[in-house]
Design a protein. Structure first.
Length: 130
């Protein structure tokens, strides 16, 4: 059927060109193609490491929250953002990839989302420089 559409003649009616079905498909196809812009960052789907889904890690975070409270402990926390009443992440001060202990409460700091993202990005950038 595509071959038939490609060979479809352009129809002229009263001096005006009528668009064939194939030419419409070409226009739609250009709109559906992925962008070829350079410099775009491809974000991979976030998958938690299996360690962070383990009962041991969840129990540790639960214990830390019950002792310290559900609040961001990051010393660089932005003053305009709330420290309490937000989602909290248990974050390793010395990351596991850098040799930090996995289940040591002294190596875990409770951080809000923005603080956790900032600290993780800094640690990854530092690791990439080495």
């Amino acid at each position: 059927m595509v071959a038939e559409l490609r060979s479809a003649p352009i129809i002229w009616l009263a001096g005006r060109r009528l668009v064939t079905a194939m030419s419409k498909l070409r226009v739609i196809g250009q709109k559906l193609r992925p962008s070829a812009r350079r410099g775009q960052v491809v974000v991979r789907e976030k998958k938690a490491a299996t360690f962070y889904l383990s009962p041991e890690w969840r129990a540790l975070i639960s214990d830390i929250i019950s002792v310290r409270g559900r609040r961001c402990e990051d010393p660089q926390h932005p003053p305009g953002l709330p420290r309490e009443g937000i989602r909290i992440f248990g974050d390793h001060v010395v990351e596991i990839n850098d040799g930090g202990p996995k289940l040591d409460p002294a190596n875990v700091l409770l951080r809000c989302g923005p603080c956790h993202g900032r600290k993780t990005a800094q640690a990854r950038a530092e690791r990439a420089r080495q």
